[in-house]
Design a protein around this ligand. Structure first.
Ligand SMILES: NC(=O)c1ccc[n+]([C@@H]2O[C@H](COP(=O)([O-])OP(=O)(O)OC[C@H]3O[C@@H](n4cnc5c(N)ncnc54)[C@H](O)[C@@H]3O)[C@@H](O)[C@H]2O)c1
Length: 273
């Protein structure tokens, strides 16, 4: 159901690679809610993924940008404002990648060049993005910026390797830039901590299939899907959440507040008695 929550709003969506991507669902949902959007991703993902199909569905241009390049981000923001004919209301940062996770490097045996890349792509890129938007004064008053994160920033999760450190930094950037952006421009900055989700990046984490089943059994409401996440993110872009900022918002079916659920007990522990 659509509520016109984003009528007359204009936003940039990072990170739609294919139909499984969380950003893909947010893009579709934002347009359904009346927004105009620009899609962005890095060149190789545009070439190998299916973002072109999404662009057609959403009647949106694709502007290539590597989120680690300030030069690319500047061009993206300039071209987006030219496309919209004015300032931007919302931005989704849905960007993450760890060469250590990709290559199966354990946390106690990290490659440090890979770690720098992980942090740059998955966290520092968010600072670069906020900095670029701020310097160009590209966001309208009461604008909203959301980045996607994961519970491994607060709790140790096996298999997540150095992405845990990247997410901790990402959430810290949201708080610290959020304070400045709120004070100077009345702009909100938040992170949404999403359930494990079967996407390209998600399935790259070792043991993800088991993790999905475990998280689902732990969560009173079950895992939140990418579609559920899109619904939630759209509310954060809307005018209904104007005073929510500098928060890490759990969108995980309750997982983060449970230590042992009945379903996990019944499935994994009952037989041990
Ligand atoms: N899938 C999950 O279980 C899960 C859970 C919580 C949070 N998240 C977060 O959600 C976000 C989106 O991931 P997803 O699960 O939809 O997977 P995905 O693989 O569909 O999306 C990841 C995106 O990051 C983009 N990207 C990587 N490097 C980039 C760069 N240098 N510049 C620009 N874009 C770049 C990729 O092209 C891709 O589109 C990530 O931040 C991820 O950590 C995912």
């Amino acid at each position: 159901m659509a509520y016109n929550l984003l009528k007359e709003k204009r936003g940039i969506i990072f990170g739609a690679l294919n139909e499984q991507s969380i950003a893909w669902k947010v893009a579709e949902r934002a347009v359904e809610e009346g927004a105009q959007i620009v899609l962005t991703n890095m060149a190789v993902s545009i070439r190998l993924g299916s973002i072109g199909e999404l662009a057609k569905r959403c009647n949106a241009p694709i502007i290539e940008a590597d989120a680690t390049s300030v030069e690319d981000l500047e061009r993206l923001v300039d071209e987006s404002m030219a496309h919209f004919g004015g300032k931007i209301d919302f931005v989704l940062h849905s960007v993450g990648m760890s060469p250590n996770v990709r290559k199966g490097r354990a946390y106690e045996d990290l490659n440090y060049d890979f770690l720098s890349k992980t942090l740059d792509v998955s966290a520092v890129s968010f600072h670069k993005l906020l900095h670029t938007l701020f310097v160009k004064d590209a966001l309208r008053e009461w604008g909203s910026v959301v980045a996607l994160t994961y519970l491994a920033a607060q709790r140790s999760v096996c298999g997540y390797s150095d992405m845990a450190d990247a997410k901790a930094l990402l959430e810290s950037v949201a708080r610290n830039f959020g304070e400045r952006y709120g004070r100077h421009r009345n702009v909100r900055v938040n992170t949404v901590s999403q359930s494990p989700t079967a996407t390209t990046a998600g399935m790259g984490v070792a043991g993800m299939q088991g993790m999905l089943a475990y998280a689902d059994a732990m969560s009173p409401l079950g895992n939140a899907s990418a579609e559920d996440c899109a619904d939630y993110v759209v509310t954060l872009f809307s005018d209904l959440t104007r005073k929510v900022t500098m928060q890490n918002l759990y969108h995980d079916g309750g997982f983060s507040s449970v230590a042992l659920s009945e379903r996990v007990y019944d499935t994994f522990l009952k037989g041990l008695e």
